[in-house]
Design a protein around this ligand. Structure first.
Ligand code: F6R
Length: 242
C-alpha cells in the first residue's frame, strides 16, 4: 500500500487527478473504474480542466462505474449515471458507447448483475479503480457483511449509508433502499486501486482499512491483500493512523 498525504481536499484532488492522468497518458485506451459521491468531485474537476487545456484525451478511454441505485435512471438527478454525466462525462471527449454503469432501471437484479459482470469481463478488466470510502468502511456499495461478495450484486443499503447519502435527496425516506454494486472480487481484479478519503468522518474507516484486521465487517480492509493500492488522503482522514 502506498499512502500519500495531502493537507486538504484540493491537494488530494490534484494528486488523485495526476495519478489518473498518468494512466490515460501512458495507456490512451485504458479502462477507468470510477466512483460517485463527494470525494471524487474535485478529482473530476481537475481532469476536466486538464482536458480543456489540451493535456488529456479521453477519446479511447473506457469507463465502468462501481454502482447505481436500484430504481433510478438518467432522468433522476440523484442517479449515479446523472452524476457522472454532470460531473465528468459531459465535459470531456469520452465516447458514449465507452461509458458503463449498472442499469438501475433494470428491475431484474439477477440479469442486470450478470450483464454488468459480462461488461467488466469483456473489457479485459480495469486498469485503475477509483474508490471513495464509506464511514462504515464500505467500498462501492459493498456494505459490512458476514462475507465478501465476489461479483456484481444487489445490496440493501445500511442505515448508516442511507443517513450519509440523504444529503443528496429531499429526505432520508427518498433514498433508495437498494443498489447494484460491483463486487469485492471485481474491485480486487483491478490492476491498480486508488482510494481517496477526506475529512474526520473517514478517519475511523481509514484506520481500519490500513491497520485493522482484514474482515468483511470493514470491506475496504480487503485492500491490504491487493498488490497495488494507492491511498490519497488528507490529514483529517489520516488522523487516527499511527
Ligand atoms: C460511490 C460509492 C461509495 C462512495 C462512498 C463515499 O460510487 O461507491 O462507496 O465512494 O459512499 O462517499 P462520499 O465520497 O460521498 O463520502
Amino acid at each position: 500500500m502506498r499512502i500519500y498525504r495531502a493537507s486538504n481536499y484540493e491537494e488530494l484532488s490534484r494528486k488523485a487527478a495526476n495519478i489518473i492522468s498518468s494512466q490515460v497518458i501512458l495507456k490512451p485506451d485504458c479502462v477507468l473504474g470510477l466512483a460517485t459521491g463527494s470525494s471524487p468531485i474535485g478529482t473530476y474537476k481537475q481532469l476536466i480542466e486538464w482536458y480543456k487545456k489540451g493535456d488529456l484525451d479521453f477519446s479511447q478511454v473506457k469507463t465502468v462505474n462501481l454502482d447505481e441505485y436500484r430504481g433510478l435512471g438518467k432522468e433522476s438527478d440523484q442517479s449515479y449515471v446523472y452524476f457522472m454525466h454532470h460531473n465528468l462525462f459531459d465535459h470531456i471527449n469520452i465516447k458514449p458507447e465507452n461509458i458503463n454503469l449498472p442499469n438501475g432501471k433494470n428491475p431484474d437484479a439477477v440479469a442486470e448483475c450478470k450483464r454488468y459482470d459480462g461488461v467488466i469481463e469483456s473489457m479485459g478488466g480495469v486498469d485503475i479503480q477509483l474508490l471513495g470510502i464509506g464511514r462504515n468502511g464500505h467500498i462501492g456499495f459493498n456494505e459490512p457483511a458476514p462475507s465478501f461478495e465476489r461479483n456484481t450484486h444487489c445490496v440493501d443499503l445500511t442505515e448508516s449509508t442511507i443517513e450519509a447519502n440523504k444529503r443528496f435527496f429531499a429526505s432520508a425516506d427518498d433514498v433508495p433502499r437498494q443498489a447494484y454494486t460491483m463486487g469485492i472480487g471485481s474491485i480486487m481484479m483491478a490492476k491498480t486501486v486508488l482510494l481517496i478519503a477526506s475529512g474526520k468522518d473517514k478517519a475511523e474507516a481509514i484506520k481500519n482499512t490500513i491497520q485493522g484486521p482484514i474482515t468483511p465487517e470493514c470491506p475496504a480492509s480487503v485492500l491490504q491483500l491487493h498488490r497495488d493500492v494507492i491511498i490519497v488522503a488528507d490529514d483529517d482522514a489520516l488522523s487516527l493512523v499511527d
